[in-house]
Design a protein around this ligand. Structure first.
Ligand SMILES: [Zn+2]
Length: 187
């Protein structure tokens, strides 16, 4: 069970001096993670004023575990457009799994065959949905640090490594806030 901590943003965050994934303390670099939401759009004389609350943090990670974190961090962002993209991919992916299950059943004779031509372009879309969903889930599981919630003053961080989370807790004890109970259920 991954640990979640809410930390106040008005004080600098003290990161443990080791990799957020494996705990190694040599050959460290940094990875970025962000969360953001659009809080308002207002018409103005010269266009639209868009206000957003974007929080970006940089955490330590060893070079061995730094690869691929940029893309994984981006696609798992809790931002409206990306949440929609993820939801759409899951939808297409689940449909795709069902379709391929039927095809497999037909191939082995468990389900009746029909003589319609195979719709390859559609199958490609469903295969893409399955691949994208698998990647999103993989990215969510492998990211050592994710931002899973924010308020005006705090950001909620999910740690994959318990020892790293405990070290973070000790260093930032005074700036930690209670995690709202309902956020504990968001993975
Ligand atoms: Zn590492």
């Amino acid at each position: 069970m991954a640990k979640k901590l809410s930390v106040a943003l008005d004080a600098p965050i003290q990161w443990p001096k080791c990799c957020a994934r494996c705990g190694a303390d040599t050959d460290l670099t940094v990875a970025g993670v962000s969360i953001g939401s659009m809080s308002g759009i207002a018409p103005r004389l010269d266009g639209l004023a868009i206000t957003s609350t974007m929080v970006s943090l940089k955490y330590p990670v060893c070079r061995a575990h730094a690869g691929g974190l940029g893309l994984a961090g981006f696609v798992t962002r809790r931002t409206a457009g990306l949440s929609f993209l993820r939801g759409f991919s899951y939808f297409v992916g689940v449909l795709g799994v069902a379709i391929f299950a039927v095809m497999a059943a037909r191939a082995v004779g468990l389900a009746p065959r029909n003589n319609l031509p195979t719709p390859w372009p559609f199958l490609a879309i469903f295969a893409g949905g399955i691949a994208a969903s698998a990647y999103f889930i993989h990215a969510m599981r492998t990211l050592p640090v994710r931002l899973v919630g924010q308020s005006r003053e705090t950001v909620t961080i999910r740690f994959a490594n318990d020892a790293f989370a405990a070290d973070f807790y000790a260093r930032n004890r005074r700036n930690l806030r209670d995690v709202p109970w309902w956020k504990k259920f968001i993975f």
